[in-house]
Design a protein around this ligand. Structure first.
Ligand SMILES: *[C@@H]1O[C@H](CO)[C@@H](O)[C@H](O)[C@H]1NC(C)=O
Ligand SMILES: *[C@@H]1O[C@H](CO)[C@@H](O)[C@H](O)[C@H]1NC(C)=O
Ligand SMILES: *[C@@H]1O[C@H](CO)[C@@H](O)[C@H](O)[C@H]1NC(C)=O
Ligand SMILES: *[C@@H]1O[C@H](CO)[C@@H](O)[C@H](O)[C@H]1NC(C)=O
Ligand SMILES: *[C@@H]1O[C@H](CO)[C@@H](O)[C@H](O)[C@H]1NC(C)=O
Ligand SMILES: *[C@@H]1O[C@H](CO)[C@@H](O)[C@H](O)[C@H]1NC(C)=O
Length: 633
């Protein structure tokens, strides 16, 4: 049964269209079989992605159509969810493959579009569609229902990345002469994209969790992908005749904000954060490849792969892993190594990651494509150290392609050899099956954490496309219209444009979804001890529907010695009645229940005077816990 599914998927979706490539322009890898090993791993990786997509994916049983699970792993860790970010990055890859002739992928893209139209309307602990806040929810169950457990939320990169993936598809639809394609983009794709762009312009200037779901603050990655989504959203909106003023107003503010992450040596991964870290993080390398534009020059402002800032940053990031893993111990300075998320990572021991090691190679392949296109390469004081680490005789200067002297070619060849080194490191620790997990041990290269990670597979497919583009006339990704020589405003302004959020019903959102909701703040005085937490539950799905493990986690951010305050912000349907009370979760996982029945009637929609206008003040009534019980976790 399982085998049949795999075979039929393989038949339906061939990995063709890009088989015959022109020869490398100037560099032959010392490992002359690297290209063919990459092709083999690419086929396995693309199939690995498809296996993780509902409804037919061999490793995604029960996932709804178009839902991309993060990994088939259901325990240690449980990744059997769909993350908006991972899914969108994966879908962007699939759209690019589709545009390159893998026509069998179109139904997968259309299923994804429908799944996203539905997920946009699923109210969740981050909020609901009506206010837009629900779009910042990081993950859902694979059956398109809300996940109520504690999590780092909201995460504000998801809507932007989803817009980018769908805009890539929209550009293709607009490039055909088929009127059905125009209808598809105008009536189905745009309404989903519009909600996501509206989210970006309303919430970009608020903090959220980073892509690793650990740091609350402002993430470089999030800010950069938000800027990209708006820039391409403006073009698409204009083409379709929709208002884009709000996007035009906020895009320069976001670009301005993006500059403030650069500290002169590297881009700091997260600012506006209380989490103490160096800020040297794969976040920034992933940014460079997520916003790569083959039509852009080496702009620092846009952190393009070939820019001096991005290259200097790459070196700082890579060097932070040189002594981090014993599998890197034989590597000399300037040679490729395995990398992870950030050097102080402790998740699963903070091992090496495939997708970060491959990202280093991909940034360099992208940069090579850019130098080859603009036919010039500048070594500046900012990136001189990077160049000298891989090409010791590099000197400051601007070198032209094909001017006879050969410096341009020598530098590009050094970058290509270095990039191939990272590809080789990732492949070295890939088992013969080609299966890619999330991490591989820094001690011995054995796979660690979630198996068959969708994002790991997707990162290999994009690496392969980037390498082809660096070494042939293949054009991996189209330009997204990066504003070359972009003018960054001289002073950065805060900003927010309140948007309207409408269910994309033509794309598949359920009729009647997206009704008026109001944000209600529940404050409760409840003295707790360290390790004891407060939850809110009730008879509505927003409050867990009387399932204790689905109760909403409270925030103790306002808890002081003077006031034992726990707070919950919940978006509830207007004009609705709710029964609720509070729970205490003890360190051993047991619950203590309030001995009182509480009732609340939400305002009517028209009575609302804006977010946070309704606040309920309660005091805990019921048993209290005893400190000192054994901690379960
Ligand atoms: C959706 O999946 C979750 C997790 O497996 C499960 O608890 C829940 O009952 C499912 N909901 C529906 C409506 O199928
Ligand atoms: C909001 O924007 C201003 C201006 O760029 C910036 O100084 C501030 O740090 C931003 N805050 C957040 C949370 O994005
Ligand atoms: C380092 O090199 C030594 C000597 O060639 C070899 O025995 C060892 O396995 C290498 N270690 C790694 C992690 O590659
Ligand atoms: C090529 O020219 C540059 C600058 O003019 C110089 O620094 C470099 O040494 C030359 N390279 C060779 C191989 O002659
Ligand atoms: C929750 O309880 C209130 C009060 O009994 C009731 O009016 C309301 O309809 C209930 N909501 C749901 C979704 O059952
Ligand atoms: C909660 O505690 C604060 C500070 O002690 C107090 O001012 C407030 O009235 C209390 N709330 C309720 C509902 O009793």
């Amino acid at each position: 049964m399982m085998l049949r599914t795999v075979v039929s998927t393989l038949t339906a979706i061939s990995v063709s269209g890009v088989a015959a490539q022109s020869l490398p322009r100037q560099y032959t890898s010392p490992a002359d079989d690297l290209s063919s090993r990459i092709e083999t791993q690419n086929g396995i990786s693309l199939q690995g992605v498809l296996n993780n997509i509902g409804p037919n994916g061999a490793k995604a049983p029960g996932a709804s159509a178009g839902v991309i699970i993060a990994s088939p792993s259901t325990e240690d860790p449980n990744y059997y969810f769909t993350w908006t970010r991972d899914a969108a990055l994966t879908m962007k890859m699939l759209v690019d493959e589709f545009i390159h002739g893998n026509t069998g992928l179109r139904p997968v893209i259309q299923d994804y579009l429908k799944a996203q139209a539905i997920l946009q309307t699923v109210s969740n602990p981050s909020g609901a569609l009506y206010s837009g806040r629900g779009l910042g929810e990081p993950k859902f169950y694979s059956n398109e229902t809300r996940f109520n457990g504690d999590w780092g939320r909201p995460q504000r990169d998801g809507p932007a990345l989803r817009a980018t993936a769908l805009i890539a598809y929209a550009r293709w639809l607009l490039s055909t002469t088929d009127s059905a394609d125009y209808t598809e983009v105008a009536e189905e794709v745009w309404p989903v994209v519009q909600n996501d762009l509206n989210y970006v312009v309303q919430y970009w200037n608020e903090t959220g969790f980073d892509l690793w779901e650990e740091v609350r603050g402002s993430s470089f990655f999030t800010t950069a992908v938000q800027h990209r989504a708006l820039v391409e959203g403006i073009v698409l909106g204009d083409q379709l005749g929709h208002p884009t003023d709000a996007y035009t107003a906020q895009a320069p503010n976001i670009l301005c904000f993006l500059q403030t992450f650069w500290n002169g040596q590297y881009a700091i991964a997260n600012i506006n954060s209380e989490t103490p870290r160096t800020g040297i993080d794969a976040n920034t390398v992933l940014t460079s490849i997520a916003t790569f534009d083959p039509g852009a020059e080496c702009d620092n402002e846009l952190f393009q792969p070939c820019s001096a800032w991005a290259l200097a940053n790459l070196q700082v990031y890579v060097d932070s892993f040189r002594t981090r893993y014993s599998i890197n111990s034989n590597a000399t300075d300037g040679s490729a190594i395995a990398t992870g998320r950030y050097a102080s990572d402790v998740y699963y021991g903070g091992q090496a990651w495939y997708l970060t090691t491959f990202a280093v190679a991909e940034q360099l392949y992208d940069a090579i494509q850019q130098w080859n296109t603009i036919k010039t390469l500048t070594v500046s004081s900012t990136d001189l150290a990077f160049w000298q680490s891989i090409y010791p005789s590099a000197q400051l200067g601007t070198y032209s392609k094909g001017n006879g002297n050969g410096t341009f070619e020598s530098l590009v060849n050094a970058a290509l050899a270095y990039a191939d080194g990272f590809t080789e490191v990732g492949l070295k620790y890939t088992p013969a099956s080609g299966a890619l997990s999330e991490q591989f041990s820094g001690d011995n290269g054995i796979q660690v954490s979630a198996r068959d990670l969708t994002w790991s597979y997707a990162s290999f497919v994009t690496l392969r496309g980037a390498r082809l583009a660096a070494t042939s006339d293949y054009e991996q990704v189209p330009s997204w219209g990066a504003p070359s020589g972009s003018t960054v405003p001289s002073t950065c302004e805060s900003g927010s444009t309140v948007g309207q959020y409408v269910p994309a019903t033509a794309a598949g959102a359920p009729a009647g979804a997206g009704g008026c909701t109001l944000i209600v703040t529940f404050n409760v005085n409840a003295s707790t001890f360290f390790g004891e937490n407060l939850y809110l539950w009730g008879n509505v799905s927003e409050l867990g529907n009387w399932i204790p493990t689905d109760a909403l986690a409270g925030s103790a951010n306002g808890y002081t010695q003077d006031r034992p305050l726990w707070t919950f912000d919940v978006e509830l349907p207007a004009d609705s009645n709710v029964r609720y009370y509070y729970l205490r979760k003890e360190p051993d996982g047991s619950f203590l229940y309030e001995t009182v029945d509480r009732m609340f009637t939400n305002l009517e929609c028209a009575e609302s005077v804006g977010p946070g206008s309704t606040t309920i003040e309660d005091v805990w009534v019921g048993p209290t816990g005893t400190p000192g019980k054994k901690m379960l976790f």
